[in-house]
Design a protein around this ligand. Structure first.
Ligand code: PLP
Length: 407
């Protein structure tokens, strides 16, 4: 008997996938995504049996794979098992959760912190819970998807400003602030597709003038910015209390999985007791909490890691620019895009580079705005200058071979 077609098979995502796969097949372009790799996602990656120099990992400090972190995670499993089998509110609370949260709060210099099982879910649930239809949320138009989904869930009025355009942020608040109960400004500490950083002092001045609330998403900046990796506040000499909501993830520099919010006692107590994504979700697995805690301890005692990351990133950026590559507004901290602007060329270049032993992935719409596709290079403290030279030289040669403009 013929299987009945489900209405879900007509979902726009299914149709889009079929169209893209058909196009790839027609043009003979291999799909660069979901390729299986083995082992640790470090500066070398074993992908489909071949060892590549890797630029597709946000293992910024080289801590994922560190034996001390693996040991801490295993110890937590032996002590607590693989799951706390309940929400923290009821019987899921373990000492390791509070130890991690206290360490995060201390690193920020704020009252308290709370951890969630996913970084993405942290933004969705926290924004959806804290804000509502009477509020205004003003955000950089390159905001991460988790921020956009959280705003949507909140029902707040949403107004974007063009990337890093503080005059526009100011104008939006001047025009709309009075009509709303709360006004929230959201920026990211380091933009994950662009590698640039906001001028937080200016944002704080605007926030204060408009009696607004400020949230900074430090998914990519915590561990990466500042002399000891404590993020954008350390880098720019900001009083941590000038930011109302510090948000971050455990999946990047901290070699684990999950998200956190750090801030005042009132904010954190409120989230811990009422935020649905915390309250109605299982407590973070002890192994993830222990891994993040150990990673934070190591990051803070081995500050040469962040120094190396920053110098490697600067080297990569300067060399890319000297070779005539378009790195957009990248500032040389952990992330450098090489702008290609054309989807097909970006995919083909990525595939060519993988064939030559260099792993860098194409970023296209909807991860970035239409017509701004790029190859994204994540840097790590463990990259050597020789690795960077090889990647950039191969990229330039491949671009020239494909007649893609370099300078
Ligand atoms: C700015 C930003 N916020 C939140 C997240 C979600 O974090 P996670 O991947 O840990 O769920 C990401 C993920 O890359 C991100 O880039």
């Amino acid at each position: 008997m013929k299987k009945r077609q489900s209405p879900l098979s007509d979902h726009r995502g299914v149709r889009d996938l079929k169209r893209l796969r058909g196009l790839g097949k027609m043009l003979g372009i291999a799909d660069p995504y979901f390729r299986s790799s083995a082992g640790v996602n470090g500066v070398r990656l074993n992908k489909e049996g071949r060892e590549l120099i890797n630029f597709s990992s946000y293992n910024y400090l080289g801590l994922a794979g560190d034996p001390r972190i693996n040991a801490a995670a295993k110890e937590a499993i032996d002590c607590y098992s693989t799951s706390v089998s309940a929400s923290r509110l009821v019987s899921g609370e373990r000492a390791i959760h509070r130890e991690l949260e206290a360490a995060i709060a201390k690193a920020y210099g704020v009252d308290d912190a709370v951890s969630f099982v996913s970084g993405h879910a942290t933004n969705v649930s926290m924004l959806g819970y804290l804000f509502n239809q009477r509020d205004l949320i003003v955000h950089d138009w390159l905001a991460h998807n988790s921020i956009m989904e959280g705003i949507r869930l909140s029902g707040a009025k949403r107004l974007p400003f063009t990337h890093q355009n503080w005059d526009q942020l100011d104008q939006i608040l001047t025009k709309h602030r009075k009509k709303s109960q709360n006004a929230l400004i959201i920026v990211e500490g380091l933009y994950s597709m662009d590698g640039d950083i906001p001028d937080l002092k200016t944002v704080i001045e605007i926030k204060n003038r408009h009696n607004a609330i400020l949230m900074v998403d430090e998914a990519h900046s915590f561990g990466v910015l500042g002399a000891t990796g404590r993020g954008i506040a350390e880098q720019q000499g900001i009083d941590p209390d000038d930011v109302d909501i510090w948000m971050g993830t455990l999946s990047k520099s901290l070699a684990s999985c999950g998200g956190y919010v750090a801030g005042s006692t009132d904010l954190i107590d409120n989230l811990r007791h009422w935020c649905p994504g915390f309250l109605f979700s299982v407590g973070m697995p002890p192994s993830s909490a222990a891994a993040a805690l150990k990673a934070l301890e190591i990051a803070q005692s081995e500050t040469d890691r962040v120094t190396r990351l920053q110098s490697v990133s600067r080297y990569f950026l300067q060399k890319a620019q000297a070779l005539g590559l378009d790195t957009s507004g990248a500032e040389g901290f952990g992330i450098v895009p090489v702008m290609i602007y054309d989807d097909r060329q970006a995919v083909e270049l990525s595939n060519d580079l993988v064939a030559q032993g260099i792993n860098t992935l194409p970023m296209m719409y909807p991860s970035v705005p239409q017509g701004t596709s790029r190859l994204r290079f994540f840097l790590s403290a463990d990259h050597t200058e020789a690795m960077l030279d090889e990647a950039l030289d191969r990229l330039v040669d491949t671009m020239r071979a494909r007649k893609i403009k370099v300078a």
